[in-house]
Write a protein that binds this ligand. Structure first.
Ligand SMILES: [Zn+2]
Length: 595
């Protein structure tokens, strides 16, 4: 059972959704009807998850009104919508509208977009936010197909995690079809002045007008990535693979909405260096979207496998050096996250299998699922050899396709299909059930990073920054360099680095964010205007957390954090707001800023 859903699919499970909605960009409201086909196996009702929705009416398939009740509101789960079902009823239609603070939705004013001319809306469903814009059985263990009819202002275009238009309709009406069963957190919608450009036969990019050519150039390798992924683990099952570049307030790097990855513009670096994020989201088309964690306690099944797969795609395209560097950066992130978790209230969260009942499942979305999950799979690969592990993974994706599975199901399956036949002894429970990092971890190494460390040592010994051997360094070498600068740098040293390498002016978000962390650590005031600009523009949580956390470690930084956040908060999506509110112990007295 999923502790984060009220649904009881064993009695009545939704199998298909017909969604008919109108998007009101002025009132910031979605209203319409969600009609479900049900598979019933007993009981006299069906239960949906809702959070902040106004339910206008519920009818059965034949149009007769159905009795319904809403439970008391739980601050994490929202409300259960229970619809009474006469014998034989197998369809319900729920007419509803969204509330003012629907957490999945971010409504952007024109000035928050790249082109500053039209408003924009995007949704973010993972983990349990789809219920804030559609009444739904919101558990990742449940799968539905969907059709949608969406009306928007006719100067805008709508796209979804489904078959998508490539051109404007004349009247603002769009229809969508997702004929593969997907978990509800993958239902997604974006509305804006969106344009399309193809990057290959079955791949392309959506973005605002001024971004679409730049984005298509940056993501030129998408078609090759799909081919590399298929060569590894079998056919891509979703038809097209497109990416939409969203405005900068998008809280994640990317979200793997099927057929259409939602992505942050911070991966547009101008040199194609940050596109491993697309390899990650594409890999989710197998791990996550095809084989899905049945509950959020099993989140590592989505993310650990995806990080492994992502590395295999980028290794096939860009080689081993690239992969060694990104693996080592990920390992550094993991160590940082584990230390933070260890010093907090939930030290048990460094186990792969989580116990999130009673908590917001978003609390479990840390580097542990991604990077410890990846490290575990690398251990298995090293024990059985790559060829056998690849064969196992191909079988795994095929066997569990279009299903949600638990960690227990995975354990049973890998024992039977791989570990027992190969006579492999593996400390699986230590990896999955226990906190911390087991001793048989394979620590990644990188020759390129050794060279970077050598240059840092030269600088520390007095070689001027501009004389260091940095020619040809990629984003990753710069990140390693910035993460490993000596501590306690003086203003003159920071000036020298910035003059030599122009970090404050960098258009590469990863390099800039790593530099800004150093600026906070060393109280380098010259970069604070840039820090404020970055934090008030970008809403990607991965960048926000270390920057705000860094500021919070001194009284001066704390005051600056509060001042910047007061301006920036209205520009962030609810998942970033939720995290930063906690980090800053923020008390919001005023209603959210309305644009
Ligand atoms: Zn992911």
């Amino acid at each position: 059972m999923d502790p984060h859903s009220y649904a009881r699919p064993e009695e009545a499970a939704a199998t298909h959704l017909d969604l008919d909605i109108h998007v009101d960009m002025k009132q910031h409201r979605i209203r319409g009807t969600a009609t479900y086909n049900l598979k019933r196996q007993g009981g006299d009702s069906v239960i949906f998850d809702t959070d902040g929705l106004a339910i206008d009416k519920v009818t059965l398939g034949d149009g007769t009104p159905a009795a319904f009740t809403l439970s008391a509101k739980d601050s994490i789960l929202g409300q259960a919508l229970r619809v009474a079902l006469p014998q034989g009823a197998d369809k319900v239609a729920i007419t509803y509208s969204t509330g003012a603070a629907a957490k999945a939705l971010q409504w952007l004013a024109p000035e928050q977009t790249a082109d500053k001319k039209f408003p924009f809306l995007f949704t973010q469903g993972e983990a349990i936010l789809t219920r804030t814009w559609i009444p739904v059985q919101d558990s990742p263990g449940i799968r539905i197909t969907y059709n949608a009819r969406v009306t928007v202002p006719k100067e805008l275009m709508a796209v979804m995690s489904a078959t998508n238009p490539q051109e404007r309709s004349t009247d603002g009406t769009y229809t969508f079809k997702m004929d593969k069963p997907i978990p509800p957190y993958l239902i997604a919608l974006a509305v804006g002045d969106i344009h399309f450009k193809a990057t290959g036969k079955r791949t392309g990019v959506y973005a605002e007008r001024s971004m679409v050519d730049t984005a298509a150039w940056e993501l030129a390798d998408m078609e090759k990535m799909v081919e590399a992924a298929e060569a590894l683990y079998g056919p891509y099952r979703w038809g097209r693979y497109d990416v939409i570049i969203l405005p900068p307030s998008f809280p994640f790097g990317g979200m793997e909405n099927p057929c259409l990855t939602f992505a942050t513009p911070t991966i547009i670096a101008g040199d194609r260096s940050l596109t491993s994020l697309i390899a990650h989201e594409l890999a989710h088309s197998w791990s996550g979207n095809l084989v899905t964690n049945a509950t959020w306690d099993d989140f590592w099944l989505n993310e650990g496998f995806t990080v492994y797969f992502e590395h295999r795609i980028t290794e096939a395209l860009y080689g081993k050096d690239y992969n060694d560097m990104t693996s080592l950066l990920g390992y550094q992130d993991l160590l940082g996250t584990m230390a933070e978790i260890d010093s907090g209230k939930h030290a048990e969260d460094t186990a792969l299998r989580l116990k999130l009942a009673g908590r917001n499942p978003d609390d479990g979305m840390t580097d542990v699922a991604y990077e410890k999950g990846y490290a575990f799979l690398r251990v298995i690969e090293s024990k059985v050899g790559r060829a056998k592990f690849d064969a196992f993974l191909r079988g795994y994706f095929e066997h569990f396709s279009f299903r949600g599975i638990t960690t227990d199901t995975f354990k049973t399956y890998i024992s039977k299909e791989l570990l027992v036949p190969e006579h492999v002894a593996l400390n699986m429970d230590e990896w999955i059930e226990k906190p911390g990092l087991p001793a048989n971890l394979v620590v990644p190494g990188s020759g390129k990073f050794k060279q970077v460390e050598g240059e840092i040592a030269h600088w520390a010994q007095g070689t001027p920054a501009k004389s260091l051997a940095t020619a040809g360094w990629s984003t990753f070498e710069w990140m390693h360099f910035l993460r490993h600068l000596p501590s306690g740098l003086q203003k003159a040293q920071m000036d020298q680095l910035d003059a030599a390498f122009r970090f404050t002016a960098s258009g590469n978000s990863e390099v800039l964010a790593a530099w800004l962390e150093q600026c906070i650590k060393n109280d380098y005031e010259a970069a604070y205007p840039k820090l404020e600009e970055f934090l008030t523009t970008v809403g990607r949580r991965k960048f926000l957390v270390p920057l705000y956390a860094g500021l919070m470690s001194t009284p001066k930084g704390r005051a600056l954090a509060m001042q910047i956040y007061a301006k920036a908060r209205g520009n962030y999506h609810s998942v970033s707001v939720n995290t930063v509110d906690q980090l800053l112990a923020w008390k919001e007295n005023k209603p959210p800023v309305a644009f």
